[in-house]
Design a protein around this ligand. Structure first.
Ligand code: IMP
Length: 430
């Protein structure tokens, strides 16, 4: 009976959808705690492809309650579209889908500012979903929380204050400032499907943990995109690390029993920012094509590169990882050799640490391993070709993270479970 956090250990897109789906088979509740519609999980429902941006991937499991915690930023339009789509597919019958009334609301002017900024010289390659400007309002204490959907006058007053603040910015970026009436009318169209789902989600999570239920905290993005621990300023605006589950879902750290970090067998990044192990050659293109490395929210081709073990060690530290789920090992099948970054050469000498504040002057030190053939039929570590096994062993040894799960193909069956996080005993006093 545990509370488990699943968190991205890279720059996001580590294959959370599949791993969360596997872990939620035994979960009573799945909680998202950070980010907003910048995330995107591709779910396959009855042969159809469905991308959810706000609703946790756990929605595929009929028995788990799904919660959107108050650390999130929620676009009511996206949320109601997702709710309608899930209702149409019969996925919301007899289950709780609850939204924190303290989560901040993404409004049309946030999306406008995000989009206009991305047209200028200071663009960092955001998803243009209004996530950054919404978190700016939250920190500036002029944000509007989802609970305002219950009260038209409060909503209107909040929109007027925020618009007065944003108007000069929007004008300076060459945009037209929307009218408060227009913004409120837009938002109120979504009241119907959202208001009945608003609640104090933190209290629900606490009740579930106290009752011995299994709660999964589904991270979004990844450690290297975290606003504090990522490659600032090329980061998202929320706490994407495991600690974000506490602040973003409203539970204390003593309530968390296990943290599993997700990493691909290689690295990807979408948007701007440093990426020392990036491959801008045919191998990079092959990985992109084989791994389907195109953004599920924006469709942008993802940048691809070799696995970065110093970065993984860094992610272990800032998340307190108990272990890793290593995904997409099959994508590297067929390469004659595979490289992995084991250290960095920096002006101060060679280091096993991730030189996050000086990546421009750091040069990866690679170890080269022989490649391997198909692995998607493997159902235990013993089934893997020797060179694939050696790669996995190297990752585990060098990262210092025990292996929880290895994904060797997109199907659910193509998964090797080495250790089940739900078996980790509950922390004393948690
Ligand atoms: P924002 O979160 O839209 O503000 O974008 C900030 C940075 O985070 C950009 O580099 C985005 O590409 C990146 N980002 C945001 N969400 C995701 C995600 O779910 N996966 C991968 N990258 C993301």
């Amino acid at each position: 009976m545990t509370a488990v956090v699943i968190v991205g250990a890279q720059w996001g897109d580590e294959g959370k959808g599949k791993v969360v789906d596997i872990y939620t088979e035994a979960a009573d509740m799945v909680v998202r705690y950070a980010g907003g519609p910048n995330a995107g999980h591709t779910l396959v429902v009855g042969g159809d492809r469905l991308v959810v941006r706000l609703i946790p991937s756990g929605i595929l499991r009929p028995r788990s309650a799904c919660l959107l915690g108050q650390g999130m930023v929620v676009d009511p339009e996206t949320l109601s579209t997702e709710i309608a789509e899930l209702e149409r597919r019969g996925l919301l019958v007899d289950r709780d889908l609850l939204v924190s009334d303290r989560a901040h609301m993404i409004l049309p002017y946030h999306v406008l500012v995000d989009t206009l900024r991305e047209q200028g010289a200071s663009a960092i390659g955001t998803t243009k979903r209004g996530v950054g400007p919404c978190y700016e309002d939250k920190a500036a204490r002029v944000g509007i929380r989802m609970g305002a959907l219950r009260d038209a006058a409060r909503l209107r007053a909040g929109v007027e204050v925020a618009l007065a603040r944003w108007a000069p910015v929007i004008r300076s970026l060459g945009g037209g400032v929307p009218a408060a009436d227009e913004v409120c009318a837009h938002v109120r169209r979504f009241e119907g499907s959202v208001v009945s789902r608003l609640t104090d989600t933190g209290a629900r999570v606490d009740e579930a943990i106290s009752a011995g239920r299994r709660v999964l905290f589904e991270g979004a993005q990844g450690a290297l995109l975290d606003v504090d621990h990522g490659t600032y300023p090329f980061v998202t605006s929320s706490s994407a690390v495991a600690g974000g589950a506490c602040t973003g879902a409203g539970v204390g750290p003593s309530r968390i029993d296990a943290v599993v970090g997700l990493t691909k067998a290689y690295t990807t990044r979408v948007g701007g920012g440093p990426f020392p192990t990036e491959l801008e050659d045919d191998v990079g293109e092959l990985i992109r094509r084989r791994g389907g490395e195109f953004g599920s929210v924006t469709g942008r081709p993802r940048r691809t590169g070799w696995l970065d073990l110093p970065a993984l060690r860094y992610a272990r530290r800032v998340n307190g990882l108990d272990g890793i789920a290593l995904t997409k090992l099959d994508v590297l099948s067929g390469l004659s050799e595979v490289r992995v970054c084991v250290a960095y050469r920096t002006p101060a000498g060679e280091t096993r640490d991730f030189p996050i504040d000086d990546l421009a002057r750091a040069e990866p030190v690679y170890q080269t391993l022989p490649g391997w053939g198909p692995v998607d039929g493997a159902r235990s570590l013993g089934d893997l070709p020797a060179s694939a096994r050696a790669y996995v062993d190297l990752v585990v040894r060098e990262s210092g993270c025990p292996l929880f799960l290895l994904s060797v193909g997109p199907d659910r069956a193509a998964t090797i479970v080495a250790r089940d996080p739900w078996d980790i005993p509950r922390r004393a006093g948690g």
